[in-house]
Design a binder for this molecule. Structure first.
Ligand SMILES: [Zn+2]
Length: 80
């Protein structure tokens, strides 16, 4: 993890703006879903993907070590 050195204030309703340079670097666009992960006293924002990391399918997707993998790709991986 790398500290960006950027500090932002939370507004009255709990919102915070992710700086445009970080959104651009991580290819985060308006309308993308973000997953909120709480780890002790830290809040981690992660780009949420509900489709397979390898093929992009949304069918029978499960999470393995934080990554989404569909049933078809899981079967392919089990053959390696
Ligand atoms: Zn897949």
């Amino acid at each position: 993890m790398t500290a960006s050195g950027i500090v932002r204030k939370i507004d009255r309703v709990g919102r915070i703006v992710i700086p445009s340079e970080i959104r651009k670097t991580l290819s985060i666009s308006s309308g993308n879903s973000m997953e909120i992960i709480v780890n002790k006293d830290q809040i981690i924002l992660s780009k949420y993907a509900d489709s397979c990391l390898f093929c992009g399918s949304g069918k029978k997707v499960r999470t393995f070590q934080g990554k989404k993998i569909c049933e078809r790709c899981r079967k392919k991986l089990s053959m390696i």
